[in-house]
Design a protein around this ligand. Structure first.
Ligand code: ZN
Length: 313
């Protein structure tokens, strides 16, 4: 991570948010959002997902979006891929980081991608092999994503040993980093602290680990704080909390980027992000929405008197 920031804020609204709503943004509209948010200092943005356009028409222009986004100076461009084909397309477009997600819950993985978690791990190994046999992609970071790590809508609670087994499996197969996701908004802060404590004990503290929270039940920022307490320094979030949850109609999406940045900076943790710039990006995003709600409280209240951005210790 850059040495001028303490926590990496990873915007995922341009993927997780947009894929959860009906409005389809134009390529220009997405780029206006991405550019303004990068200009505000957000260091990493997940700009798309390399899934078949038939499944997610919102993501059909992901190749073009990646190509344009990598022209933005200083921005790390990430994208999701569900399988080898998607990962190949993502790398060909020039993404710096590819996130490959599998569900820790066997039942969820089966219903989502019709594969056992073992098959998904084998697929991850093939993606690593593809990267390693193509020198032009040697710098691509492959992130192993663990969805439903805190609970699952099909099987309920997900036992910690299963999370550890998948984490070790991903690292054995060459994952450069891990991302742990509360895909359906089941996590609570106590559970988050326990999971990340156990994860660092299991895989060591040298591995970069990101956390992905949804605010489905109002615990999103509390969960982010618990992850920080455990040592996590990379957090996913979504501008205006754009998005939702397929299992909870009307629910909010990811934790809200501007609220998260405000929390981190207030606590003395540098993000490199300018909050006024974020609000401008939020307006650019909001103008393109039809009926979808946006969330977050910072945008309503603004900066408190005497607020200071975090500075180097
Ligand atoms: Zn998500």
């Amino acid at each position: 991570m850059r040495d001028d920031i303490d926590v990496l804020v990873h915007e995922v609204g341009t993927r997780d948010g947009l894929q959860a709503i009906d409005t389809i943004f134009s390529t220009e509209g997405k780029m206006a959002w991405i550019k303004r948010e990068a200009e505000a200092g957000v260091p990493q943005i997940q700009v798309g997902s390399f899934v078949p356009p038939k499944l997610l028409p919102q993501m059909a222009d992901s190749g073009e979006i990646v190509k344009q986004s990598i022209q933005i100076p200083g921005l790390t461009v990430s994208a999701l891929a569900p399988n080898l084909k998607g990962a190949e397309n993502g790398m060909a477009a020039g993404a710096h980081q590819i996130g490959v997600v599998m569900s820790v819950s066997e039942a969820h993985n089966m219903s989502n991608v019709r594969r056992t978690t073992q098959d998904s791990l084998d697929d991850f190994a093939r993606i690593v092999e593809f990267r390693d046999t193509h020198p032009e992609y040697k710098d691509v970071c492959l992130s192993g994503g663990m969805a439903t790590a805190f609970g699952c809508t099909i099987s309920g609670a997900v036992p910690l040993p299963e999370v550890m087994r998948v984490a070790e499996g991903l690292l054995e197969r060459g994952a450069d980093r891990l991302s742990v996701a509360d895909t359906v908004g089941y996590a609570n802060p106590g559970q988050v602290k326990e999971l990340f404590d156990e994860l660092y004990r299991t895989v060591g503290s040298d591995i970069a680990i990101g956390a992905h929270f949804h605010d489905t039940r109002g615990l999103g920022l509390a969960n982010a704080f618990a992850a920080l307490e455990a040592g996590v320094r990379e957090l996913d979030s979504s501008l205006g909390g754009l998005g939702g949850c397929p299992y909870a109609p009307g629910a909010s999406g990811n934790i809200v980027t501007e609220d998260l940045v405000f929390m981190l900076e207030s606590m003395g943790m540098r993000t490199g992000v300018d909050l006024d710039g974020l609000l401008e990006a939020r307006e650019i995003m909001e103008r393109q929405l039809k009926d979808e709600p946006v969330h977050g409280t910072f945008a309503k209240a603004g900066l408190p008197l005497g607020f200071k951005y975090a500075s180097a210790a």
